[in-house]
Design a protein around this ligand. Structure first.
Ligand SMILES: Nc1ncnc2c1ncn2[C@@H]1O[C@H](COP(=O)(O)OP(=O)(O)O)[C@@H](O)[C@H]1O
Ligand SMILES: [Mg+2]
Length: 320
């Protein structure tokens, strides 16, 4: 069985600006793969190319075994959900979801729209206009509108970024459920590592248009390959190895406060609910640490010893 999507040595550019120099990636059927990386690293550019909205300078895009590199968007069976829902304001929820099916003259339209609305839990809202829906509900309409087209690949470009924190969490769970129920192949884009870790089968960490690391959420979380990835997944203390080859990284929770070979003094403390976050100044540079909120507070200026246990370090091939 062929992969759902194959990107082969893609070069993507805007005029003189090469946003993605050479990207290769395989996505299996029914997989949810996340492109994770900071703003400007080429995530949306990659999505545009898969959707057919941007022609590659070089390379191939294969969907479901077919080379679609030079096909227009309308001749690729790819769905696209953006951060802005882009619903038709004058049409009902039902008509918004039915829109693409009408263009295709789908015979079982009513049944498919009903199934789409059921999947996203909006059966009761079929007659409403988008303006009478919350942001989360509007995003569900956008999702249903794409799902009813039964795309080979569904692209979701920061679809949760416009929602408030609670709705984001809710929609994250919702997306996961929809993906499991429908089995649709999804490429999800985010700059939020927690979102990527929670949702993905695999994560592609991107940096300046290049793949920095590909792995399962656990692999990325436990074994980042570089300082860049490590920092992204919370290993905020990164020190070059003494012999100059590679580096070691720790999470703030790994720092032992009160004993150890290093001396520091507390520069700042902030309350973070279950724990307190500290910044220490030391000969190693600023060190982030945390301690359970029940532990006595260490006031700014306090001098103390600390340790960075080897057993809690990850080894990185590169500092940056
Ligand atoms: N329409 C455009 N014209 C020129 N440069 C662009 C355009 N869109 C994006 N870029 C550039 O391409 C790079 C990648 O952008 P983008 O794919 O939007 O990043 P991301 O989605 O990861 O934030 C950035 O350097 C950005 O400035
Ligand atoms: Mg983007």
């Amino acid at each position: 069985m062929s992969d759902a999507l194959v990107l082969e040595n893609l070069t993507l550019a805007y005029g003189e600006t090469v946003a993605v120099p050479d990207l290769s990636l395989r996505v299996g059927r029914g997989e949810l793969v996340t492109l994770l990386g900071p703003s400007g690293c080429g995530k949306s550019t990659t999505m545009r190319a898969i959707a057919g909205l941007l022609s590659p300078r070089a390379g191939r895009i294969v969907i479901d075994g077919q080379d679609v590199t030079h096909r227009p968007p309308s001749r690729r069976n790819v769905g696209l959900v953006f951060q802005s829902y882009a619903l038709f304001p004058h049409l009902s929820v039902y008509e918004n979801v039915a829109f693409g099916l009408r263009l295709r003259r789908t015979p079982d339209l009513a049944a498919r729209v009903a199934a789409g609305l059921r999947t996203v839990g909006l059966e009761a809202f079929a007659d409403r206009r988008p303006a009478a829906l919350s942001g989360g509900q509007q995003q569900r309409v956008a999702l249903a509108r794409s799902l009813v087209m039964a795309p080979d690949v569904l692209l979701l470009d920061e679809p949760l970024s416009n929602l408030d924190a609670r709705l984001r969490l809710e929609m994250r769970t919702e997306l996961q459920r929809v993906q499991r129920e429908t089995g649709v192949t999804m490429i999800f884009v985010t700059h939020d590592q927690a979102e990527a870790l929670a949702l993905s089968d695999r994560i592609v960490v991107m940096r300046a248009g290049q793949v920095e690391q590909i792995g399962t959420p656990e692999e990325i979380y436990k074994a980042p390959v570089s300082g860049f990835v490590a920092d992204f997944v919370g290993f905020e203390i990164i020190l070059p190895a003494p012999d100059g080859t590679g580096a070691r990284a720790w999470r703030p929770s790994a720092v032992v406060l009160g004993s150890g070979p290093y001396q520091g003094h507390i520069r700042g403390v902030s309350f973070a609910g279950a724990r307190r976050d500290y910044v220490l100044d030391s000969a190693l540079g600023p060190i982030k640490a945390d301690a359970p909120a029940e532990a006595p507070v260490l006031a700014p200026g306090t001098e103390l010893a600390f340790a960075l246990p080897e057993s809690r370090a990850v080894l990185l091939a590169r500092v940056d």
